[in-house]
Design a binder for this molecule. Structure first.
Ligand SMILES: Nc1ncnc2c1ncn2[C@@H]1O[C@H](COP(=O)(O)OP(=O)(O)O)[C@@H](O)[C@H]1O
Ligand SMILES: [Mg+2]
Length: 285
């Protein structure tokens, strides 16, 4: 496991722990801040980052992971973040997901500045507003697929029977209707990632953050996973932000953001990219 992956796993675990502690209360009662009650209102831009910088300090060393990243992501969009390892993708996701605080700049979710949220509100945001999908699936090994998908709904205050029915429905939707009682050990990598997708969609979030969800999968299985996420994006209108360094995964994206060295290098619509690819192949022939 690389240091970045270890960080991502630690963040996920920390997020889950903090979330679990505060989630039951947070889910039951909406946070008290007036403007926060509007979190379900319709907005055009689901995610906005404004000049986000993140510098990690390790002893004497400063590691600039994000350098003035500004991007607006519309509600319902499927956006891919491309970039080599170390370019800042996971750090950006952690800032958007409220797992890491930017060193400077701001992240807005549904036009609300995440930095303004207290611990309870952040837990609510992470539990209800955002679904996470990770490269290494991060599903709980001693639990069945059904239990893994039911758990976040229980945290969010959904009654047990309803949570279980919804979990069966969504597992069926991702093609695992006949595997609900299997534990991760009894599932392939692609199937484990399907469980993670079902879990991420369980609380009907507004945003899915998928951090290199196909990196551990073979090409064919990876394509199936991307196609599934795209179908669920289309059906549910959930905004999907997916990082990858595989160019073959771009076909399903509405827009593509290229990152390098903590900076956004380019943002393009898929159509522009298709033109570029076809021009390139024409030039080669
Ligand atoms: N918790 C951390 N502490 C120190 N440096 C980190 C931490 N997380 C990431 N980094 C560094 O920040 C840079 C961006 O990392 P990351 O966001 O994980 O990129 P990517 O996801 O694109 O591989 C890298 O140089 C990485 O080593
Ligand atoms: Mg990463």
């Amino acid at each position: 496991m690389s240091s970045a992956e270890a960080t991502s796993a630690q963040n996920a675990a920390a997020g889950a722990r903090q979330g679990a502690a505060a989630d039951a209360a947070a889910a039951e009662q909406r946070p008290g801040v007036d403007w926060f009650a509007d979190l379900d209102k319709h907005v055009d831009q689901t995610v906005m980052t404004s000049d986000v910088c993140k510098v990690y300090i390790m002893g004497e060393t400063r590691i600039p992971a994000l350098d003035n990243v500004s991007v607006n992501i519309a509600a319902g969009e499927y956006i891919s973040i491309m970039g080599p390892s170390g370019s800042g993708k996971t750090t950006l996701f952690n800032c958007i997901g409220g797992l890491t605080k930017p060193t400077s700049g701001a992240v807005f979710i549904d036009e609300i500045d995440v930095a303004q949220l207290d611990a309870n509100e952040l837990a609510w945001l992470r539990c209800r507003k955002i679904g996470y999908i990770f490269q290494s699936y991060n599903i709980i090994k001693v639990m069945t697929a059904l239990e893994n998908v039911t758990l976040p709904m229980l945290f969010a205050g959904v009654p047990g029977d309803e949570a279980q029915d919804r979990a069966v429905d969504i597992l069926t939707r991702v093609g695992l209707g006949d595997r609900v009682l299997h534990t991760p050990m009894e599932l392939s990598g692609g199937q484990q990632q399907r469980v993670a997708i079902a879990r991420a969609f369980a609380n009907r979030p507004a945003i899915i953050l998928a951090d290199e969800p196909t990196a551990n999968l073979d090409l064919h299985t990876g394509e199936q996973i991307i196609n599934l996420m795209k179908e669920m994006n289309r059906e549910s209108g959930v905004t999907v932000i997916c990082s990858t360094h595989d160019h073959k995964m771009l076909a399903q994206s509405d827009r593509i953001v290229w990152m390098d060295d903590g900076r956004i290098k380019r943002i393009a619509d898929r159509d522009e990219v298709e033109i570029t690819i076809s021009q390139l192949s024409e030039q080669q022939h």
